[in-house]
Design a protein around this ligand. Structure first.
Ligand code: SF4
Length: 443
């Protein structure tokens, strides 16, 4: 991992850029009464999309993929940052300018069952964007819709039928025809085949590829099925908790992932070869709340390659995992909302569901040999918790057991001569790759 070049703004070397995204943030619920922390759905994304390519966007559900796709085509408002289409920052557009630009970018939705209005005929559904934009004459619109039906493999007589008369695959063809109606350059495909049977998925993927060749379309293909992404995408961006962790050529990234999150994600793909010795990494728990993301690297609460502080480099793996789990328990506890009853009980010194730290310690560290230089920190933390100072406990643990992964957001590092980048401190020379992954599950 050491032969890398550090960069803050990564540019694509080859191919003309159609979409350039700079430090894009999309936050929700800022300034709410109950919890003033905003949900950081997209939190500082920078990437380029080349004209005519398919860029895959993958990651666990809730990582911000759909919000990023929707923000790119202005179905969501960006909180800050830029989305440059052919050099124009579309986050700054409004009114007629925005409406006019919208012709250029469309979206195909995941669920063909619910994304079409069942009270409109197929012809009306596909024609609707043409009517909204007052495209040519009504007669030309009808003719264009009939052409589009043909282009997506439907028949002219389908014009007057209703969506419920069609199968899932046919309904997705209707959605694609509608997206094509205004002859856009850029289409966000949000899980376009994940609600379909496998045999139908292949037909729709082939259709999307044919349409791309015919009309020179550029796609952002959002998916959680990694084998589909490998099949259809030129490049892939891997997203976690609002951040792009790795982005680069699809085949290269699948063959030789560089970022710990990509490595973990790909290791979960079922291996067809039973004799393969590929290590399967099971990530513990779920991603943290996007209302309260980790301070340093977004993946730091689950990363199996996380950098340890020098002082604890030789600590036994089982004990280190127990410490990390303990940190997560304390972290979640400091986030949890106390009910009015719990608060009252705490004031009266009564037992609450938040006062079981002794039990947690016993469960995590009971069967382990815990040296004194670690035990004293666990005790100190337990003291803060018993005094209901969960925030202090959390910070104390971070100060003692945290590393650069907990305190500093990593830069993007170029990790191959094709311009692939990875968002991880492990690419710095001083943090050599560990010999093995920390198995991030309790044994
Ligand atoms: S910066 Fe640290 S926690 Fe983040 S992916 Fe790299 S090793 Fe893991």
């Amino acid at each position: 991992m050491s032969e890398v070049q550090q960069t803050k703004s990564v540019s694509v070397e080859e191919g003309e850029t159609l979409v350039k995204v700079n430090d894009l943030k999309t936050y929700y619920g800022e300034g709410g009464l109950i919890d003033s922390n905003p949900v950081k759905a997209v939190d500082g994304v920078s990437l380029d999309i080349k004209r005519g390519e398919t860029l895959g966007l993958v990651g666990e559900s809730g990582c911000g993929k759909s919000t990023l796709g929707r923000t790119l085509i202005q179905l969501e408002n960006a909180t800050s940052g830029e989305v440059l289409f052919d050099g124009t920052d579309v986050t700054e557009l409004s009114g007629a300018e925005l409406k006019n630009w919208r012709r250029n970018s469309q979206m195909v939705f995941q669920d063909p069952e619910s994304s079409l209005n069942d009270r409109m005929t197929v012809g009306e559904i596909i024609r609707e964007p043409l009517d909204v934009h007052d495209w040519k004459t009504p007669r030309e619109r009808r003719e264009h819709v009939r052409e589009l039906l043909d282009v997506v493999g439907l028949r002219p007589e389908h014009y007057y039928r209703y969506p419920h008369q069609f199968s899932g695959g046919q309904r997705q063809r209707i959605g694609i025809a509608r997206a094509l109606a205004l002859e856009p350059e850029f289409i966000v495909l949000d899980e376009p085949v994940s609600a379909l049977d496998v045999s139908v998925q292949a037909q729709i993927l082939n259709l999307l590829e044919d349409l791309q060749d015919e009309f020179g379309l550029t796609y952002l293909f959002i998916a959680h099925d990694l084998s589909v992404v490998r099949h259809i995408c030129d490049r892939v961006a891997v997203m976690y908790l609002g951040h792009i962790m790795e982005l680069g050529d699809a085949e290269e990234l699948f063959e030789n992932p560089k970022n710990p999150y990509t490595i973990s994600l790909l290791s979960a793909i079922p291996e067809p070869d039973p004799t393969s010795d590929r290590e399967r990494i099971t990530l513990r728990g779920t991603p943290p709340s996007p209302r309260d993301p980790p301070k340093g690297c977004p993946f730091s609460t689950r990363c199996p390659m996380k950098i340890r502080p020098e002082e604890f480099e030789d600590v036994d793996v089982d004990l280190w995992v127990a410490i990390e789990v303990f940190r997560e328990v304390v972290r979640e506890r400091s986030r949890a909302e106390r009910s009015a009853t719990d608060q009252l009980k705490e004031m009266l010194g009564m037992e609450t569901r938040f006062s079981d730290i002794g039990e947690i310690r016993q469960e995590l560290f009971g069967g382990l040999n815990v040296p004194r230089n670690i035990e004293k920190h666990i005790e100190e933390t337990a003291g803060y918790i018993e005094n209901n100072d969960d925030q202090q406990a959390r910070e104390y643990l971070r100060d003692v057991f945290g590393s650069i992964c907990d305190t500093d957001e990593p830069d993007d590092f170029v990790v191959s001569d094709t311009g692939r980048f990875s968002h991880c401190h492990r690419h710095l020379d001083e943090y050599e790759e560990p010999d093995e992954f920390t198995p991030y599950t309790m044994r």
